[in-house]
Ligand binder design. Structure first.
Ligand code: NDP
Ligand code: 2IT
Length: 445
């Protein structure tokens, strides 16, 4: 790493103790940025990096609610409003027991660069709670969401901060959150949240957008080697919103998706995963992946273990951070891996990224490859602002253009900085320069 940036990195890490995921995200970005500071010493003079690593605002609050047995439960809520140089803070809410400040900050930090890469006018933020929705009734989830919003509402707004979904937060949760916001404020402010239902201000394609976008980005990478998804053998991790829609899109482009996972285990379906059955089990019944294996002959379910033990030519990690380590990466490379598109945020460890890059595997980092979700959220905001709603075809076309554009920007930036094919460098520099220039123009704030 560049010596000038090392000193700034050390200060950032010391100022934020115990936040391993945030440290990891910061270090990964800093490793790309040396050459930018050679060309732009003014960024150093204006302390752009120091400012970027310090969120503009961090909100932590108590979320009290009662469970179905009448017992009082207490969770912790977070919203980190990281950077508003390019637009209102924008980013999802994650409900998962692992959530703490370090995870929210890593996600918020990544979101700044991701949102810049989309070319849309959105800043970076993230939030969530250590609430675990697994096994909770609809009524419990509703009471939790209502309590969460009873604090959050005062911090958000169409021009301020626009949350959406992430792990554990989908259409059901956005509905309860939106209802409570409307009730407290007495405003039908559609643009305050994205990921809404289609009859009440949502956008077509938003549910599919992250998974579709990841596959579109990966297809663009494959094209640079004269390949495509057609005929690829694909393994996907996770079986949530991003994973299911990535599977659907990869299939539609001619790939065979042979495996996917949840936090309990994974399935191998050599005939190609049946998306209809997967949606039924996971989205309608909110069941577990092993239920899929029970219902479809010829499918094996592996309890525990790692889905990355299954050979693939294309790997799409779509579950969570640090789910794919150096050992798994080396195994995948030995099995003939051609490309990795990160649907999740930071799913590959730094060791894994190094293994992929050394082996010459096409590697699309999450902040570029999974930007289709937030980009389509920005399209939802556009539709809300103009009180309009677009067709599926038109919206999907916009998403495709955006993903092809992000791929182009990453590739062109990597070329410009003398590292062709290095999408990590391209995404980090491409996103950073845009935010840095806007911060410089807006003065010391
Ligand atoms: P969902 O809640 O819909 O699905 C999450 C999936 O990942 C589930 O299959 C879940 O399994 C699995 N998973 C979650 N945590 C773990 C864990 N600690 N270990 C193993 N498996 C785990 O979330 P999304 O699909 O929305 O999000 C998946 C990833 O994509 C996240 O990294 C998210 O930040 C990222 N992302 C999401 C976007 C969106 O629009 N939703 C946009 C861009 C990125 P189980 O059910 O067993 O918990
Ligand atoms: O990580 C992400 O980009 C998301 N969870 C989507 C954020 C959004 O505002 O749509």
């Amino acid at each position: 790493m560049d010596a000038r940036l090392e000193a700034i990195r050390d200060t950032v890490l010391a100022r934020n103790p115990g936040e391993a995921e945030f440290h990891q995200a910061v270090v990964e970005v800093f490793e790309s940025l040396g050459p930018v500071h050679d060309r732009h010493p003014e960024f150093l003079d204006a302390a752009i990096l120091e400012r970027l690593c310090e969120p503009e605002r961090q909100i932590i609050f108590r979320v009290p609610w009662t469970d179905d047995a009448g017992r009082v439960q207490i969770n912790r809520g977070f919203r980190v409003e990281f950077n508003s140089a390019l637009g209102p803070y924008k980013g999802g809410l994650r409900f998962h027991p692992s959530v703490y400040l370090g995870i929210v900050k890593f996600l918020g930090f990544e979101q700044i660069f991701k949102n810049a890469l989309t070319g849309m006018p959105i800043g970076g933020g993230k939030g969530g709670s250590d609430f675990d929705p697994r096994g909770r009734s609809d009524a419990e989830v509703m009471r939790f969401c209502q309590s969460f919003m009873t604090e959050l509402y005062r911090h958000i707004g169409e021009y301020t901060d626009v949350p959406a979904g992430d792990i554990g937060v989908g259409g059901r949760e956005i509905g309860y959150l939106f209802g409570q916001y409307k009730r407290i404020t007495n405003r039908y402010e559609s643009g305050v949240l994205t990921g809404k239902g289609i009859s009440w201000g949502g956008s077509l394609v938003r549910p599919e957008a992250t998974g579709f976008g990841t596959v579109i980005f990966t297809q663009e990478m494959l094209k640079t080697r004269g390949a495509s998804f057609d005929g690829q053998r694909v393994v996907v991790s996770g079986s949530g919103n991003v994973a299911i829609n990535a599977i659907a899109k990869a299939r539609s482009l001619g790939a065979t998706v042979v495996a996917c996972s949840d936090s309990s285990g994974y399935i191998v379906d050599e005939a190609g995963i049946d998306v209809g059955l997967l949606r039924e089990v996971k989205e309608v019944e909110r069941g577990r992946l092993k239920d899929y294996a029970v219902r479809r002959p010829g499918v094996s379910y592996v309890d525990g273990g790692s889905v990355w033990d299954v050979d693939a030519t294309v790997a799409l990690p779509c579950a969570t951070q640090n789910e794919l380590d150096g050992g798994a990466a080396a195994r995948l490379v030995r099995g003939g891996l051609l490309a990795v598109g990160e649907g999740a945020n930071m799913p590959s460890t730094r060791d894994a990224v190094a293994v992929f890059q050394e082996a010459g595997v096409l590697f699309g980092p999450g902040k570029a490859a999974n930007a289709g979700g937030v980009a389509t959220s920005a399209l939802e905001m556009q539709q809300n602002a103009s009180r309009d709603s677009w067709s599926f075809e038109h919206t999907e076309e916009r998403l495709t253009d955006i993903m092809v554009g992000i791929h182009h920007r990453c590739a062109a930036t990597a070329d410009e900085y003398g590292e062709p094919g290095n999408y990590v460098l391209g995404a980090n520099i491409g996103g950073f320069v845009k935010v840095a220039e806007a911060m410089l123009a807006q003065g010391l704030i």
